[in-house]
Write a protein that binds this ligand. Structure first.
Ligand code: ATP
Ligand code: MG
Ligand code: FE
Length: 342
């Protein structure tokens, strides 16, 4: 069965073809980062319009990569939520339009389920059950994952998401938007001992996070510097920020493994691309004898492949997940633990 995946929840248009027998056949992505950069954040109306412009050319690209035609598609999975309403509607319309034209069923996929399952696109994928640390631009959650759609929330951020903390701190350091990757690169040149930032909720005895104080601490450090803060000082602040956030993320993940008694940890979402986080997790995993699984770097941030995969996994378990009723019911807000196991 070949599933087309369509992702358009925010500022990336992603299309992909996943074959339940052969795996990923092709994927294509357009990021709108350059377009939104001058506004310092995503402009929803511009995002929707750009998804409209990009989606069908990307579909042609993916079909060409796969050596397939439109009629080879057996079902279409699209991101139904959460995300920007207008952006989601574009993906839903394209999926439903294609479904109607080709007489193929469609199914709406939860964006975060896509992120959670994205490490299963890699070789040597994890088996269920596992603990998942979902660290994206809009979410920071620890979940117990017992199967597709079987998610138990163990803890989450009480304020900013991890990616949001990276981006806001990067902005304070003048690194543009979204500055998470630039801040991470800069931190590599920083001196780890130059500054020490707080480790919020490290000892809170639960699996929740809080990152807004960390951003405020970065602001205070920046304000304490003269107007022309030098590059080395910026790097030192970036390093202090990454050291703090990585320590908290690692400690809470280890605590979640201990609480659940599980020995497999899956990392998902854009912050999962962070090299310092990966190094720190690999190190402790070796010492504590658990395994960590990551998505490929290209599938950490938003993409169509994870949506095609999540759709395919659902359809394999329950073909009635898909429908030929082509409605436009997107869900901009949609808690992950409302999903039903399949
Ligand atoms: P959500 O999935 O919660 O709706 P999103 O789709 O915007 O949010 P992702 O695409 O998973 O989130 O990830 C984007 C985030 O990842 C941004 O905040 C970005 O700064 C961050 N990010 C990307 N690469 C890195 C990196 N190497 N280090 C730290 N953060 C990173
Ligand atoms: Mg994005
Ligand atoms: Fe995302």
């Amino acid at each position: 069965m070949i599933v087309l995946g369509v992702e358009s929840s925010c500022d990336e248009t992603g299309l992909a073809l996943y074959d339940t027998q052969r795996g990923l056949l092709g994927h294509a992505l357009h990021s709108q980062v350059a377009m939104h950069e001058e506004y310092g954040g995503v402009v929803p109306e511009l995002a929707s319009r750009d998804h409209i412009r990009r989606a069908l050319p990307l579909l042609e690209q993916v079909l060409a990569q796969a050596g397939a035609g439109r009629h080879d598609i057996d079902a279409i999975a699209y991101t139904q939520g959460p995300g920007l309403a207008g952006a989601l509607l574009v993906g839903a319309s394209i999926a439903c339009g294609l479904g109607l034209a080709l007489d193929r069923p469609v199914l709406g996929v939860h964006h975060l389920e896509g992120h959670l399952l994205s490490p299963l696109l890699a070789g040597d994928p994890p088996e269920f059950p596992f603990v998942a640390l979902l660290i994206s631009g809009g979410h920071t959650q620890l979940m117990r994952v017992d199967g597709v759609g079987s998610y138990t929330l163990l803890g989450e951020t009480v304020d900013d998401a991890a990616g949001e903390a990276f981006d806001k701190s990067a902005k304070l350091l003048g690194l543009g938007y979204p500055g998470g990757p630039a801040l991470s690169r800069m931190a590599e040149f920083g001196d780890s001992g130059a500054y020490r930032l707080p480790r919020p909720m490290l000892h809170s005895k639960d699996l929740n996070f809080s990152f807004s104080g960390l951003k405020t601490a970065v602001l205070t450090l920046v304000k304490n510097h003269p107007a022309n803060i030098c590059e080395q000082d910026k790097a030192n602040i970036a390093r202090a920020f990454v050291d703090a956030i990585v320590e908290v993320l690692v400690a809470k993940s280890v605590a979640a493994l201990k609480q659940t008694g599980l020995r497999r940890l899956v990392i998902a979402g854009g912050v999962g691309a962070n090299a310092q986080l990966r190094a720190s997790l690999n190190d402790i995993a070796q010492r504590r004898r658990f395994r960590v699984y990551y998505p490929e770097l290209q599938f950490c941030t938003d993409n169509g492949a994870m949506i095609a995969l999540a759709g395919a996994m659902r359809l394999q378990r329950d073909p009635s997940c898909a429908t030929r009723e082509y409605g436009f019911n997107v869900r901009p807000r949609w808690p992950l633990d409302e999903l039903k196991a399949v």
